[in-house]
Design a protein around this ligand. Structure first.
Ligand SMILES: C[S@@+](CC[C@H](N)C(=O)[O-])C[C@H]1O[C@@H](n2cnc3c(N)ncnc32)[C@H](O)[C@@H]1O
Length: 267
């Protein structure tokens, strides 16, 4: 697997419980047919397919053919190839007719810069039947460095820390303003809900690897924007070879959130 796909896989133990709770809250109709737009390596398509049961179907769509190769492998291993199909494509020009699905889901894709959210939400709404749901999820916050709130605040204030909200965008384009986007594109009864995941010492091997991967992914390139003192502190705390690696704290505790926005296509 390439590095990014590998990181999605390794960080899955952090993400999966939250995604399961989010999917449960949706009450997707058994036997329904849905779209996972920007499906990556298909980890969520598996959970969506489980939720709609053997009579249902999920189509995973992604721009990256390489991710889809991994997605097909993972789906086959899970024995779900009959219930999930994958298609390469662009969420801004979905290769599906109007009203093709009962619902559409997009996690960490629609709503993230540099993609403009409104045309993408309209496109998701176009392919969902009247009365069906359009759902987007975004990784919305994290507290990973217990005891070091200043360093964590400074990391979050770097360009990579405020990704995916970069480049002087209008405040209304921040993903936590998605309720307004749903209203603007005519999706009805928009709702928002935030789901929390957490991790504490002693960490299982899987959780430790997942958190290591998250520490690497969360603030890429941030070190060049830190003062020399903060950079040294970041390395002391966040590099596994350091004797003070933060994940080795006997009282380590962290949490992180996904926010889910949902609206219905007008009947
Ligand atoms: C951050 S990953 C999220 C993957 C998966 N949904 C998850 O949450 O684990 C974003 C995904 O969106 C895909 N993507 C980005 N722009 C896209 C577009 N215009 N159309 C379809 N997929 C896109 C990327 O290839 C990548 O797989």
């Amino acid at each position: 697997m390439d590095t990014y796909a590998q990181r999605l896989a390794v960080s899955n133990p952090l993400v999966e419980p939250i995604i399961r709770s989010a999917i449960q809250a949706l009450h997707l109709p058994p036997g329904s047919q849905g779209l996972d737009a920007g499906c990556g390596i298909g980890l969520q398509a598996l959970l969506l397919a489980e939720a709609v049961g053997p009579a249902g179907h999920v189509t995973g769509l992604d721009l990256s053919p390489q991710f889809l190769v991994h997605a097909r492998e993972i789906t086959e291993k899970a024995g779900l190839s009959e219930r999930i199909s994958y298609q390469q494509g662009d969420v801004s020009r979905l290769p599906f007719g109007d009203d093709a699905f009962d619902w559409a889901w997009s996690a960490n894709c629609v709503g993230y810069a540099p993609l403009e959210p409104l045309p993408l939400l309209r496109e998701l709404a176009r392919v969902v039947k009247p009365g069906g749901s359009v759902v987007i999820l975004v990784w919305s916050s994290q507290q990973l460095l217990p005891g070091y709130p200043l360093l964590e605040a400074r990391l979050n204030a770097t360009t990579s820390g405020i990704a995916p909200f970069v480049g002087g965008k209008r405040p209304g384009l921040h993903f936590l303003r998605a309720l307004g986007w749903f209203r603007e594109v005519g999706l009805e009864e928009p709702t928002a809900q935030t789901f929390v995941g957490d991790a504490h010492a002693p960490l299982s091997d899987d959780m430790r690897s997942a958190l290591m991967s998250l520490l690497e992914m969360r603030w890429p390139g941030a070190q060049s924007e830190l003062t020399p003192e903060d950079r040294a502190e970041f390395r002391r705390l966040c590099q596994p070879e350091s004797p003070d690696f933060i994940l080795d704290l006997p009282d380590y505790y962290a949490f992180y959130t996904y926010s889910m926005f949902r609206g219905n296509v007008a009947k």
